[in-house]
Design a protein around this ligand. Sequence first.
Ligand SMILES: NC(=O)c1ccc[n+]([C@@H]2O[C@H](COP(=O)([O-])OP(=O)(O)OC[C@H]3O[C@@H](n4cnc5c(N)ncnc54)[C@H](OP(=O)(O)O)[C@@H]3O)[C@@H](O)[C@H]2O)c1
Length: 289
Amino acid sequence: MKDTILVVGATGMLGEPVARQLQKDGYAVRVLARNPDKAKTKLGDSFDFIRGDVEDASSLVKAVDGCFGVHINLKGGPRAEDFVRIEQRGAANVARAAAQKGVQRLTYLSGAAAFEDNSWFPSIKAKLGAEAAIQESGVPYSIFCATHFMESLPLAVRGKRASVLGKQPHRLHWVAAGDYAGMVSRSFQLPDAANKRFFVFGPETWTMAEALEKYCAAVHPGVKVSSMPIWLLSLIGKVSFNAELQFIAELMRFFEKVGEGGDPTEANELLGTPTTTLEQWCEQQSKAA
Ligand SMILES: NC(=O)c1ccc[n+]([C@@H]2O[C@H](COP(=O)([O-])OP(=O)(O)OC[C@H]3O[C@@H](n4cnc5c(N)ncnc54)[C@H](OP(=O)(O)O)[C@@H]3O)[C@@H](O)[C@H]2O)c1
């Protein structure tokens, strides 16, 4: 019989590639969804869907029952209290249910800026809180501190314009979600991957502007990449009472200050080095379009 892995947040941009990779690697994948019909429409019917909400602890006990592993892909926000409510407490609820039901491995997507020094920023504080709850649950864990994903580049394109918010001076090891998904899947198979924090970096470094220029040139020729001041987005967010825009402005202020941290050596040696270059990823996107 196949081992079952529950994926929390499989409908998400970074949860779906993990769910699909796990299935490809021979696991039975159960998807926790607040709205299973919507999730089925998005993901297709090859998964086993179970209704649940990370804020409803009782729904999680049933969801993790019989699972070998659980993968958590959650995004909180946009307000500080929503990060705590969804990402921190949500992950803690999943970890508690996993411990209760004897789950053998928990994996969680954190970030490459998740360090105590950066905990003044609400989403980082929630990620560190989620990590602590997972570590304290007693369930063997693998935490993935991933840098910026190539999959987030399309989010900067609006019609015929793509915007880099602020100066964004840091060079980042952009990683493809497919490479990360392979690492998560392998971590479930390796006893040595237990109780570790893995840093996930792609093979090359690009600034945000460079990466966006390359993406647009390859996938959206004709789209112009320009710089937009962060204060302008913040102002638009405030006057339109749009909390999401206000959060994106704060996030970009954070990224302007803070680059990626950590050392990917252990992750690369144990789980396989991400190899997809930005050019290769852009080619895949062009073909899929
Ligand atoms: N983008 C990057 O470059 C990057 C880099 C490193 C780390 N990260 C981190 O990666 C994480 C995931 O990002 P993403 O882009 O995959 O986010 P996303 O697309 O917004 O997906 C979030 C997932 O969480 C689920 N969810 C939200 N609230 C839930 C609840 N109460 N109960 C159950 N499920 C719930 C959503 O399900 P529904 O379908 O029900 O909404 C969705 O599947 C974020 O924390 C982000 O900070 C991102």
